[in-house]
Design a protein around this ligand. Structure first.
Ligand code: T3D
Length: 254
């Protein structure tokens, strides 16, 4: 259900239930969680790329998973939350290539990428309230931060289906490319990130999330602590040396 392929320091993950638009089941979420944890602990992996197989990126929760049974969503969400915590806590950058429809929790997963590319034919829909649910998988946390409260209200309450172009204009994705070039372009970004200063990226990710809940004084203090840590890395030494020697740096991710 989750295809894994490693190359050039990149772990390429593909949600692979194309016959169901890669809709999320408990088993798929568990596989995704395991892959994220494994990647995080593996120093050879210095960037991740997430995409979907077939014509969709991910249609969110598989609405057929529970059949006629009434699911215990609160319990089921623990599986989602583990995945989201793993994505938020990644110590390497995550590139997301949205190849088609991203709806509900599928849209949430896409938004957790640090760099998000969309194919021209991709679309985005929050979808939750359309089926009488509230936003989950971090959508209520991320969406207003990405697009502002007013737009988040509209996207969550009315759930319009946004084109890739609209998503770009709202800042939901960083770039839109023709579908046939999506993977190539996403891999190029992932490759660049995989050759970068991995610790500095990890600490930057952490800062960007943490500062939302901190006062300015606390944010400045955290910046100082994490700068101290970044300053002790070999990559920082290499970055300064390369600058002085007027050559591109050769970062090792340490
Ligand atoms: O803890 C919990 O479990 C709660 C967590 C909730 C998290 C959530 O993600 S809630 C939101 C769930 N997702 C949705 O409500 C999205 C539903 N799907 C759609 O809105 C649309 O299908 C898409 C925008 C994703 C794609 O539209 P389109 O026009 O390209 O395809 P389609 O014709 O609507 O769907 C094609 C088939 O996929 C169709 O099946 P059929 O008729 O060919 O047999 C459709 O039923 C099926 N499908 C689409 N989404 C889902 C799905 N089957 C199961 N689960 C889905 N989410």
């Amino acid at each position: 259900m989750v295809l894994k392929e490693r190359r050039e320091g990149i772990l390429h993950l593909t949600l692979n239930r194309p016959e169901r638009l890669n809709a999320l089941t408990g088993a798929l979420l568990d596989e995704l969680h395991a892959a994220l944890k494994e990647a995080n602990g593996d120093p050879e992996v210095r960037a991740l790329l997430l995409t979907g197989a077939g014509r969709a990126f991910c249609a969110g929760q598989d609405l057929a998973e529970f059949g006629e049974q009434k699911p215990d969503y609160e319990a089921h969400l623990r599986r989602y939350n583990r995945v989201v915590e793993a994505m938020a806590g990644l110590e390497k950058p995550l590139v997301v290539a949205v190849n088609g429809a991203a709806a509900g929790a599928g849209m949430s997963l896409a938004l957790w990428g640090d760099y998000r590319l969309a194919a021209e034919e991709a679309s985005f829909a929050t979808a939750f309230t359309r089926i009488g649910l509230v936003p989950d998988s971090g959508m209520s946390f991320l969406l207003p931060r990405l697009v502002g409260l007013a737009k988040a209200q509209e996207l969550l309450l009315l759930s319009p289906r946004l084109s890739a172009k609209e998503a770009l204009s709202l800042g939901l994705v960083h770039r839109v490319v023709p579908g046939e070039r999506l993977l190539e372009e996403a891999l190029a970004v992932a490759r660049e990130l995989a050759q970068g200063p991995t610790r500095a990226y990890a600490l930057t990710r952490k800062l960007l999330l943490e500062t939302y809940r901190l006062s300015l004084t606390e944010a400045l203090a955290l910046e100082a602590i994490l700068q101290g840590e970044a300053g002790r890395t070999l990559d920082h030494e290499e970055g300064v040396r390369a600058f002085r020697e007027k050559r591109p740096p050769r970062f090792q991710g340490r």
